[in-house]
Design a protein around this ligand. Structure first.
Ligand code: GRF
Length: 186
């Protein structure tokens, strides 16, 4: 099976997925990184692992339809079976969703449906929750609202956001590869 990872930032989840593939823990190969920020750190990680990068500047396309058509064509050409969003900071819309229906999953740093959106961890901390967490879900036309595949709780009662991000990331780096492996083996 062939995976593509979409990411816009640091790429620690990208790294965890690629490494799990290399170690045979995920029965697949990461064939491509798709990245909308050519200067993101994740691009470096891809080249270090010999994973092809497809980077682009969203402003270079006339419309989102055109952008997603080009991305979907790229995925087709590379025989991608599953798309894993890992810190990809763009909403996926109809063009890509209809061509990769049921084949796009995302990782989100909260126990959905609580705290959807881009500032989930900060908002959960501001709210004062004592159990944070991570969710892997299918991507649909809603924001962070698709069917849940896996969740794991991260209990934390302190007030150091960096420490909390560290705990959440550690759980993400286990849960995402595990969940991908499980999805691919059914
Ligand atoms: C992760 O916390 C993920 O849950 C969220 O974006 C972050 C990406 O981190 N969607 P990284 O780039 O994989 O380190």
């Amino acid at each position: 099976k062939c995976l593509a990872v979409f990411a816009s930032g640091t790429g620690s989840n990208f790294e965890a997925i690629v490494t799990a593939c290399e170690q045979g823990k995920i029965p697949a190969e990461t064939v491509a990184l798709v990245c909308d920020k050519p200067s993101a750190r994740v691009v470096e990680r891809a080249s270090r692992h010999g994973v092809k990068s497809f980077t682009f500047d969203p402003k270079s396309f006339a419309s989102k339809v055109e952008m997603e058509t080009v991305i979907a064509d790229f995925l087709d050409e590379n025989g991608v079976d599953l798309v894993c969003l890992a810190g990809y900071m763009r909403i996926i819309s109809d063009t890509l969703l209809s061509r990769y229906d049921g084949k796009i999953i995302n990782i989100h740093p909260s126990l959905l449906p609580a705290f959807p959106g881009a500032r989930a961890v900060e908002q959960a901390m501001e709210y004062g929750v004592k159990v944070f967490g991570v969710t892997i879900h299918y991507v649909d036309r809603t924001v962070d609202g698709g069917r849940i595949i896996a969740q794991r709780a991260v209990p934390y009662e302190g007030n150091d956001i960096d420490e909390l991000f560290g705990l959440i990331h550690a759980v993400e780096h286990e849960l995402y590869p595990e969940t991908i492996a499980r999805l691919l083996s059914v």
